[in-house]
Design a protein around this ligand. Structure first.
Ligand code: ADP
Ligand code: MG
Length: 437
């Protein structure tokens, strides 16, 4: 039996003594969800629904226990999102009397135990981080750039993607980690790194992991937001961003959606924008004067071909890493993460991983939500609660097409016609391997 809080234990006793008390049971279910015991919460919500089939709170709790987001059809619109939380709990049988909802928990548990013995023993800590750390959340006050203290997200938390990790290590981390190498490399260490690739494939996560590896603070700025906010003031504020990073050194400064700012100067009619680009160049070059000691600049874009070439010159964002859709180990890590708090049974992760080739991290999150919703609606329809099964996932997978397809369509043109100086050789290699070129 899991280590429940004393409150949960007393509530259990109370519920056992008053099995018809719906509010009491819902209270218990609420606490179980908060404690990450989603399977048990499903059982309690199911009993509550038996007693009060139309009860909106019971339905809402059931949805949350199943991990269906609040905007799902038929669900109460105000249902708060379940926060990502709670370390994984080892597999356990929900205790207490057999569920009157007609679902044999013991049998299900035994069955699950055989097929997927370790029901997710470890959770990639990292996977939850980007949601909270995306530069998109920068507040609307230029003086309030939020710098995150060093955190625990490491490259090991990024599933799969060994190529990317090796390149990061060689091109960026190894020389920085080692003070001797640092001296030896001297000037050549000045520049930053540009991550590019289709959306939702881990660029932000990797930037955070780099900060974790360096034990550095992390300042994430989404250029798109920032441009809106900066109207007319962008140069001074661009300077402020760098100053903030310098004060917080060692600090990884992550410039997301770089293309928004660096849009090729030739194409930028808006002269205000051009000044901002120039300011960024000045700030990057500040590294020369030692001003940027301890400031590591990482940038990301989905459209590197729109990034001003001046930004990619030596000493600036002179190293480039292509971040592709998650490979099999990465997909497995992502799926594991998104299923961690959901009531699942008989999930063959390897098979699922195979069936989801080409899907991005974001697509995989969506897939897990869609599967949970299917199981939930099915449970509501039949009146019998069931876990999220393999079929829910494979059928949901069949309906989701890779969101990076359109990206590859543009990338293909660039690889064919605009691979100046071999800038996109990695992309060419990948497209050829995937027979897309
Ligand atoms: N290799 C990976 N391992 C674990 N999670 C990943 C991986 N790649 C992507 N993700 C997850 O997928 C989602 C989208 O990734 P994100 O870094 O935001 O993509 P991008 O910045 O490229 O648009 C995030 O929740 C992220 O944690
Ligand atoms: Mg991102």
């Amino acid at each position: 039996m899991p280590d429940h809080s004393p409150l949960v234990q007393s509530l259990r006793t109370a519920v056992a003594g008053a099995p018809d008390d719906v509010p009491l049971r819902l209270h218990l279910a609420e606490l179980l969800i908060a404690g990450g015991h989603h399977d048990e919460a499903v059982a309690e919500a199911a009993v509550a629904l038996q007693h009060a089939p139309g009860d909106p709170q019971a339905r809402e709790l059931m949805a949350r226990a199943m991990g269906v987001p609040p905007q799902a059809p038929e669900m109460s619109a105000q249902a708060p999102e379940v926060p990502p939380q709670a370390p994984e709990v080892p597999p356990q049988a929900p205790e207490g009397p057999p569920s009157p909802a007609g679902f044999n928990w013991k049998a299900a548990e035994d069955q699950v135990g055989d097929v997927v013995p370790p029901r997710f023993v470890e959770t990639p800590k990292a996977a939850e981080a980007p949601q909270t750390a995306d530069g998109a959340d920068v507040p609307g006050d230029a003086s309030a750039w939020e710098v995150e203290a060093p955190h625990g997200v490491r490259l090991a938390d990024v599933g799969g993607m060994q190529d990317v990790k090796d390149r990061l290590e060689a091109a960026f981390l190894a020389p920085l980690r080692n003070p001797e190498l640092r001296k030896l490399y001297g000037k050549s260490l000045r520049g930053g790194l540009l991550l590019y690739g289709p959306p939702g494939c881990g660029k932000t996560l990797i930037a955070r992991a780099v900060a974790g590896e360096l034990g550095a603070n992390f300042l994430s700025i989404s250029i798109n937001d920032v441009l809106d906010m900066w109207m007319g003031n962008s140069e001074r504020n661009m300077h402020e961003v760098f100053e903030t990073a310098r004060r917080q050194a060692p600090c990884v400064l992550f410039l997301d959606e770089l293309d928004a700012l660096g849009a090729k100067r030739s194409r930028t009619a808006h002269s205000g924008m051009r000044n901002t680009v120039n300011q960024l160049l000045t700030e990057l070059d500040g590294i020369d004067a030692g001003a940027n000691e301890g400031v590591f600049v990482l940038a990301a874009t989905n459209v590197p071909w729109d990034v001003d070439n001046a930004l990619r010159r030596p000493g600036r964002l002179d190293r480039t890493i292509l971040v592709l859709p998650p490979d099999a180990p990465a997909r497995e890590a992502i799926l594991r993460y998104h299923l961690r708090d959901r009531p699942v049974a008989n999930i063959d992760l390897r098979k699922l991983t195979k069936a989801t080739d080409g899907l991005s991290g974001a697509d995989l999150a969506h897939l897990c939500e869609a599967a949970a919703e299917r199981a939930l609606l099915d449970s509501a329809r039949t009146g019998t609660v069931r876990m999220i099964g393999m079929q829910d996932l494979t059928e949901a997978a069949a309906t989701i097409s890779p969101s990076s397809d359109p990206w590859f369509a543009s990338a293909r043109n660039v690889a064919m016609f605009a691979n100046e100086g071999g800038m996109y050789d990695d992309l060419v290699t990948y497209l050829k391997k995937k027979r897309k070129l």
